[in-house]
Ligand binder design. Sequence first.
Ligand SMILES: NC(=O)c1ccc[n+]([C@@H]2O[C@H](COP(=O)([O-])OP(=O)(O)OC[C@H]3O[C@@H](n4cnc5c(N)ncnc54)[C@H](O)[C@@H]3O)[C@@H](O)[C@H]2O)c1
Ligand SMILES: O=C(O)C[C@H](O)C(=O)O
Length: 379
Amino acid sequence: MRSSMIRSVKSAIARSSSAAAGAQIQRRGFSVTSAPERKVAVLGAAGGIGQPLALLMKLNPLVSHLSLYDIAATPGVAADVSHINTRSEVKGYVGEENLGQALEGVDVVIIPAGVPRKPGMTRDDLFNINAGIVKSLCTAIAKYCPNVGVAFPSLLSSSTALVNMISNPVNSTVPIAAEVFKKAGTYDEKKLFGVTTLDVVRAKTFYAGKAKVPVAETYLRCNPTWRIVFCGEVNVPVVGGHAGITILPLFSQATPQANLSAEEITALTKRTQDGGTEVVEAKAGKGSATLSMAYAGALFADACLKGLNGVPDVVECSYVQSTVTELPFFASKVRLGKNGVEEVLGLGPLSDYEKEGLEKLKPELKASIEKGIKFANDN
Ligand SMILES: NC(=O)c1ccc[n+]([C@@H]2O[C@H](COP(=O)([O-])OP(=O)(O)OC[C@H]3O[C@@H](n4cnc5c(N)ncnc54)[C@H](O)[C@@H]3O)[C@@H](O)[C@H]2O)c1
Ligand SMILES: O=C(O)C[C@H](O)C(=O)O
């Protein structure tokens, strides 16, 4: 009797695990075989971020065409990445005269083009060089992806490109891009994103270390009565912008909740704000974050692709046009969908420390936004 019960439990487990495995295979099958065609372009693809980002996008089964553009060295990067036996077809384009082709029919454009910081520099010190690079790339995007936000889509193109801006200073380069698209009559605020995912990745990593929880695993937590009280991953929203004190991690909303002291929260906040500088100093003149940025950029692009493909409830933090505060651009949680931004989510309840941080960041972020807008209109 007992052995027949054990047999039937075993066979039920086998049935349910093979059903689960089947569902998993089906899910994988969907992403590999029936996922719609999606073209992703990386502008600045031969750089420190561009190369690992190209690799990670090549590994993404949602990508069918990968377009790698730079002012130099892209043929080599494209040849190299194209030997990886994944779904996407890879093409490399070099030089401005080929930018149009690189952008043709693109769904997501990721821009890591431009110079990185050296020790002692702020991100704003990059403005003089990177503002011009971003402006010229966005002028081309407006021309070759004319449906980035036009109310009446061009008959010549079916592109619905989302723009993921990585080039620094993000607080200013996103407003520059918006102005360029506005001038060209192709601006849609739903399709322009400043990539701040690295701030979230850092906040999660540093928080998990302090809270002594596994950073990259989904897990369950039980209360003393053995009821499950938390099930999920480490998460920390990061709002504001992407430079120094404009980076505001909301540790009061972190999951799972941990009993951290005010001093610990202050230290975690400061470390997240200085995360980029930590890498710049460790690289001692050889650039800024490239590998972790490529990872964070690939995560955000994947979220954009999932949104475009109609996956529900895709939420990431991003620096977008916003009414969450009085500032015209602000990073917060954003729901992604078929049109890009479906919803800019609010800040949620803030601790007094976070409220103070929010007020402190506004003047700097406002000045960076205004600087970008002025540059785009004066040049
Ligand atoms: N948003 C973030 O969180 C974040 C994180 C890390 C770095 N960044 C920024 O990303 C940018 C790139 O960093 P990196 O380490 O890859 O620099 P890098 O110098 O290694 O690479 C930049 C690449 O851009 C290319 N480039 C320059 N002008 C171009 C143009 N007009 N068109 C196309 N490509 C062009 C260069 O040829 C080079 O290959 C920097 O501005 C850096 O500050 C942002
Ligand atoms: O810090 C930098 O200059 C690069 C980037 O913005 C980062 O946060 O790592």
